[in-house]
Design a protein around this ligand. Structure first.
Ligand code: NAD
Length: 354
């Protein structure tokens, strides 16, 4: 069923002669945020359509951004001549199939992480985009956060020297209210730490992950551990250039959303991220305080705008995505090795899961 939600065909003119017409597939939390950013903050793009199978979801988001049309049927978006590119923001396990279908329909693709949950799926998605000659960008937004990008520049220009130790962490803002039964198994590796795995590769350019050892537990909801729930994890990764890394995640940091990275090398160290939402520090009778974010979309607003702007630029210029399918595959290899490590209690080489 296709429902028109707006009398105008497309969102307002951006001032650029041929705006990229973007459709969102999945009008949930991050899909809504990305769609608002495309409509209001990304130059050279307009929201052409929103698709979501849940009754009313597409219409609500399409109405909020004055999109061209709303539909519950993904095929309507994929068949539309008024759509140049799609944002895949549906649940993780639907991503790779949607990438393949969108690429086959000739649409450029921005896919939220993880692009796939098996390596076969990842290979199929990469091949589909390559065969169709469309841009495939993956939602590793941390690469576009100013501190992380500056840390990478410090590696590239030699200030860090040879990377030796790296760290990356993600702590979601607490308290954690989600019913553990609604969290798919291995989410902490496939959807949370996947960001950290990519960050570690980003800050150690040219190196390949070689082996992985992971520890994970249900420290926030120990009552749910028996059903396979995991909410806290540490992963160590040995890279083939000798660097050793740790990635760490928790689903519940009571002080707010916390994302940090670090690369320590033979000549120096670069760190990124401090959880601050501004550079104001408050000094009062109770002590010294900073403001922290309760949402990723607040803390990393500029990074989300940056990744979507880069995607639109790739589509318009025909240049490859800044972060693409191969990067998604490497991060997934680490995630799958971490899962195998938790299952077996031993160190797992990346080759074993490939
Ligand atoms: N990069 C980031 O920082 C970031 C942040 C949050 C979420 N994510 C990722 O984005 C994805 C979505 O997360 P979310 O929190 O927005 O989830 P969500 O549950 O809020 O939204 C998912 C939406 O997709 C719709 N949907 C379900 N099946 C669909 C299908 N086959 N086709 C189209 N739509 C479908 C649902 O109705 C829902 O509206 C996940 O993979 C998640 O890991 C990434």
């Amino acid at each position: 069923m296709t429902t028109s939600t707006s009398p105008t065909a497309l969102a307002s003119d951006t001032g650029i002669a041929t705006p990229v017409r973007v459709a969102t597939i999945g009008a949930g939390r991050i899909g809504s945020s990305h769609t608002e950013l495309i409509a209001r903050h990304v130059p050279g793009a307009v929201v052409a359509a929103v698709a979501d199978p849940v009754d009313g979801a597409a219409e609500r988001l399409a109405g909020a951004v004055d999109a061209g049309f709303a539909t519950a049927d993904i095929d309507v978006v994929l068949a539309s001549p008024d759509v140049d590119a799609v944002l895949i923001t549906a649940p993780a396990r639907s991503h790779s199939e949607l990438v393949c279908r969108a690429a086959a329909a000739g649409k450029h693709v921005f896919c939220e992480k993880p692009m796939a949950v098996t390596l076969d799926e990842a290979d199929r998605a990469i091949a589909a985009a390559s065969d169709a000659d469309v841009v495939l960008q993956v939602g590793f937004n941390r690469r576009f956060a100013s501190g992380f990008a500056a840390a990478r520049r410090a590696v590239d220009d030699g200030r860090v020297g040879t990377p030796q130790l790296l760290r990356s962490l993600t702590r979601d803002p607490g308290p954690w209210h989600v019913d553990p039964a609604r969290v798919p198994q291995w989410t902490i590796f496939l959807e949370t730490l996947i960001h950290d795995f990519d960050t570690l590769c980003f800050l150690n350019p040219g190196a390949r992950p070689a082996s992985v050892h992971a520890f994970a537990d249900a420290l926030i909801r120990p009552d749910a551990k028996a059903s396979g729930h995991l909410d806290t994890a540490i992963v160590t990764i040995a890279f083939d250039n000798g660097a050793i890394a740790t990635a760490e995640a928790s689903f519940s940091a009571l002080y707010g959303y916390d994302v940090r990275g670090e690369v320590f090398g033979s000549a120096g160290m670069a760190t990124a991220g401090d959880g601050r939402t501004s550079d104001m520090t408050f000094y009062g009778a109770a002590g010294i305080a900073i403001d922290t974010a309760r949402r990723d979309t607040v803390l990393l607003h500029n990074a989300y705008v940056g990744e979507l702007t880069a995607f639109v630029e790739s589509v318009r210029s025909g240049s490859p995505a800044v972060v693409g399918g191969a990067d998604a595959r490497t991060a997934l290899q680490i995630a799958l090795a971490a899962i195998r490590s938790v299952e077996t209690g031993r160190t797992v080489t990346v080759d074993e899961v490939d």
